[in-house]
Design a protein around this ligand. Structure first.
Ligand code: PXG
Length: 288
């Protein structure tokens, strides 16, 4: 696979960055994960905008315009001959010295990796996932806002480790006040009657692009879509619960902390949303 790195396409074995790169030394950088389906890049503009917003907040100047970066993304897919792919865009502060000071980093490091999509096991979608709530709380937005998709994912990794140690694949993270936030790399939704609810960004969740797509699909299906503070009690007593994310798409959740959700199998609203989502990935998106 060829990787775009600082202006050139290089073989993946040559795609290396310095040990002095602050992306590595301090997690000082931002990233995006994007999918392409049938030679169409899904929600490209939204991902590029979010990358630029993350970079702006950490005062990192991306050395390419939006249009240039979009060109790079398309070219990365073309040179690798990919039809269905997973893309990772990364911009780091660049090479500096051993101090934190970002002013010492003269040139940001930019790379784009494209790979074949690693699909999750089909049984995850047909049977549904079991989750647990973990002790690691989601970052407080006042300290490190989850809207910044930074290279600093230790908060999420600590939560993921707790889930794995307990024999689960994913974790529910709570806010410091005990409200439901999100999973380690996916947003959370519940369905109760005709209501489709998801926690509001201010409680400390990433405004996921799949989350927004699902909210739009829910509105089109005439569900009442709302951002609402949710407790574990609300999840336990929901008709349906599911996760959303770029890589995972829509994953049904059938058990949380030992409580069966609904009938303990993927619900009808979740299935309808999965079908509608599949449809938009086929027809929407930027061709390359
Ligand atoms: N919450 C968090 C904390 C995330 O990192 C999402 C929600 C879902 O957002 P999107 O925009 O993708 O619908 C993410 C997604 C992966 C992967 O490979 C995904 C993310 C981060 C790292 C890996 O699935 N971010």
């Amino acid at each position: 696979m060829k990787v775009y790195l600082n202006g050139a396409f290089v073989d993946e074995s040559k795609a290396v960055v310095s040990v002095f790169d602050h992306g590595l030394l301090y997690g000082d950088g931002v990233f995006e994960g994007i999918r392409s389906y049938h030679r169409r890049i899904f929600k490209l503009r939204e991902h590029i905008d979010r990358l630029f917003e993350s970079a702006h907040t950490i005062m990192l100047r991306i050395p390419l315009s939006r249009a240039e970066l979009i060109g790079v993304v398309k070219q990365t897919l073309r040179v690798n001959g990919l039809t269905n792919a997973y893309l990772r865009l990364v911009v780091t502060r660049g090479e500096g010295d051993l101090g934190l000071d970002p002013r010492k980093c003269a040139r940001p490091t930019v790379f784009v990796i494209a790979d074949k999509i690693q699909l999750y096991p089909q049984q995850l979608y047909s049977r549904g996932l079991e989750l647990i709530t973990v002790a690691t709380q989601r970052n407080v937005p006042e300290a490190l806002n989850p809207q910044i998709k930074s290279l600093n994912y230790l908060n999420n990794i600590l939560a993921k480790l707790e889930a794995i140690n307990a024999g689960y694949e994913e974790a529910i993270m709570l806010s410091s006040s005990g409200y439901v936030t999100e999973c380690t790399g996916e947003n959370l939704f519940l369905v109760k009657g005709r209501q489709l609810l998801t926690p509001p960004p201010f409680i400390g969740v990433l405004r996921g692009i799949t989350r927004q797509t699902v909210m739009d699909l829910g509105t089109r299906m005439r569900l009442t879509v709302r951002e609402e503070l949710l407790t574990r009690h609300d999840l336990f007593n929901a008709d349906e619960v599911f996760l959303t994310g770029t890589a995972a798409e829509i994953v049904p959740v059938v058990k949380i902390d030992g409580r069966l959700i609904g009938r303990g199998s993927p619900g009808i609203v979740t299935k309808r949303l999965q079908r509608a989502f599949r449809q938009v990935t086929r027809t929407a998106g930027v061709r390359y």
